[in-house]
Design a protein around this ligand. Structure first.
Ligand code: DQA
Length: 147
């Protein structure tokens, strides 16, 4: 069984009620169900959310140790957390894929969202496709694992 970690940063626990015009009306449980339905047999989805930067960093350390591929929506941490960037770099420098995803397209929004301190060390970035940003990232991870 291959596990894919799907990590979500601050305020994403409020999906469903948070700015539905931007993020849609579905919540994290719906995201989990969507990814589980999209994952091929033999791939498990471990979806987590935290508002705590230290917890998110600890989860990334765990991904390094277990060599678990990561789909990461860093949420607002995207734009300023060098601590999270350094932890994410540990993942990709270990040769483990980490794909940065966003539900919205940050480049089409406020200027402060145009900067990502994570993108430079991510394996790749997918943004602007709603929950499909995560599904596309899952597709890439599964394909790479199979090749
Ligand atoms: C987000 C975009 C970020 O700018 C924002 O802070 C979020 C969500 C997205 O998924 O579109 O919390 O990462």
């Amino acid at each position: 069984m291959t596990t894919v970690l799907v990590l979500n940063g601050p305020n994403l626990g409020r999906l469903g009620s948070r700015e539905p015009d931007v993020y849609g009306a579905a919540d994290l449980d719906a995201l989990r169900a969507y990814l589980e339905a999209s994952a091929p047999v033999g791939t498990a989805i471990d979806l987590r959310q935290t508002d705590d930067e230290a917890e998110l960093i600890a989860w990334l350390h765990g991904a390094v140790d277990a060599r678990t591929p990561v789909i990461l929506n860093p949420a607002a941490f995207t734009h300023y957390s060098y601590g999270l960037r350094d932890a994410a770099a540990l993942v990709t420098k270990a040769g483990v894929p980490l794909i940065e995803v966003h539900i919205s397209n940050p480049h089409a929004r406020e200027t402060f969202r145009h900067t990502s301190v994570i993108s430079g060390i991510a394996t790749g970035v997918i943004a602007g496709f709603g929950f499909d940003s995560y599904r596309l990232a899952l597709d890439v991870i599964v394909r790479r694992a199979a090749s």
